[in-house]
Design a binder for this molecule. Structure first.
Ligand code: PMP
Length: 351
């Protein structure tokens, strides 16, 4: 009879991590470049003996490095095991009201999973036909708001005036902006923290800082909000971030020149690839991310997905309403993208 007592969930499905190293992996929006050079050096010199001990529960060095980089107080920073952990803690902490939490219908598909897991009422606000946010839809009574900017998987970036309009319309709700992809051309909402105490900004080291494997995410908000988050975190697991992640994360934050170089390279590759894919019949939203949300004028997305996969090029495809004829293609190195384009040119019906 134990089954009656089980919490049942339909889990989030992460993009595939193939064992085969020869795959051109454009399916999970990782960075194709290695982490900052100092990270390798520090990893080699790591004091392995110290792994006997539990890590710093407050991730002090990493929190301070982030606070100094973003010009905020360390009490305004919370770090976690990837932004998934940070977001999950945010759902658990901030979304405990009676009114539904609002988020777009086409968005990061983990949001509804957490909402269901934690039994949080929620309602989706459909994106407009052009994939932009329906701001009016976020002016209804709610128990909190969350959206990514740029959105995923659409890649659409909303101007900060849109974020501000949502904040202004919801002074009594916490508004979480998930900025996983903000470093690829958008403007962060972080400066709005001075004006809006109900804003929380979440970011990650997984994309622009090339560290998906270390699992580092963080959020910045008011001291009061961060205190609430810490109270919940310390009620679940005190030692979330391991020692190597804390130490290597600091080095990544401190190397701003490398960060700018890699994000700049990805942006340049993205713009070139857009032109070349457009020339063979693809169209996309105006991406400000490290991926394209692409569709082809004559060949269905599902067929292209399968064709590429058979040739060891992995992209992401969802057989879901509204986005079933779209591919999400991560921007890789120039060489990887050249192989992608050449392979696509060889597919019947593409050119
Ligand atoms: N938010 C969005 C919008 C994402 O696409 C992702 C990546 N899957 C995440 C958060 C989580 O990233 P991570 O846990 O690697 O920081």
């Amino acid at each position: 009879m134990w089954e009656e007592n089980v919490r049942r969930v339909i889990p989030y499905v992460a993009g595939e991590q193939p064992k085969d190293k020869n795959v051109i992996k454009l399916n999970t929006n990782e960075c194709p470049y290695p982490p900052a050079p100092g990270v390798e050096q520090a990893a080699k010199e790591m004091d392995v003996d110290s792994l006997r001990l539990y890590p710093d529960t407050e991730s002090t060095a990493l929190t301070e490095a982030l606070a100094s980089y973003y010009g905020v107080d360390p009490d305004q920073v919370f770090v976690g095991v990837g932004s998934d952990d940070v977001l999950s803690m945010c759902f658990l902490t901030f979304f405990d009201g009676k009114e539904p939490v609002l988020f777009p219908d086409i968005t990061y598909s983990f949001y509804d999973v957490w909402a269901k897991l934690y039994r949080i009422p929620f309602r989706t606000v459909p994106l407009k036909e052009d994939w932009t946010l329906d701001v009016e839809g976020f002016k209804a009574p709610n128990g909190g708001i969350i959206f990514p900017n740029p959105n995923a998987p659409t890649a659409v970036y909303e101007d900060l005036s849109v974020v501000e309009e949502i904040l202004q319309a919801n002074p009594d709700s916490i508004v979480i902006v998930d900025e996983a992809y903000i470093d690829f051309g958008g403007s962060s909402a972080l400066p709005l923290l001075k004006k809006y105490s109900n804003l929380l900004v979440v970011q990650t080291f997984s994309k622009s800082r090339s560290m998906a494997g270390l699992r580092i995410g963080f959020c910045i908000g008011s001291k009061e909000m961060i205190k609430c988050l810490n109270d919940v975190k310390f009620s679940v697991n005190s030692y979330t971030m391991n020692m190597p992640s804390q130490a290597l994360g600091v080095i990544a934050v401190e190397d701003d020149a490398y960060f700018r170089e890699t994000t700049g390279k990805i942006i340049r590759t993205r713009e070139r690839v857009k032109e070349e894919l457009a020339a063979i019949g693809f169209s996309f939203t105006d991406s400000k991310t490290n991926f394209l949300f692409a569709t082809h004028r004559s060949v269905p997305a599902k067929e292209i997905f399968t064709y590429l996969r058979e040739r060891n090029i992995y992209v992401r495809f969802w057989d879901k309403p509204r986005i079933g004829n779209r591919l999400r293609i991560t921007i890789g190195t120039d060489a990887q993208m050249d192989t992608l384009i050449e392979t696509l040119k060889g597919m019947p019906g593409i050119c």
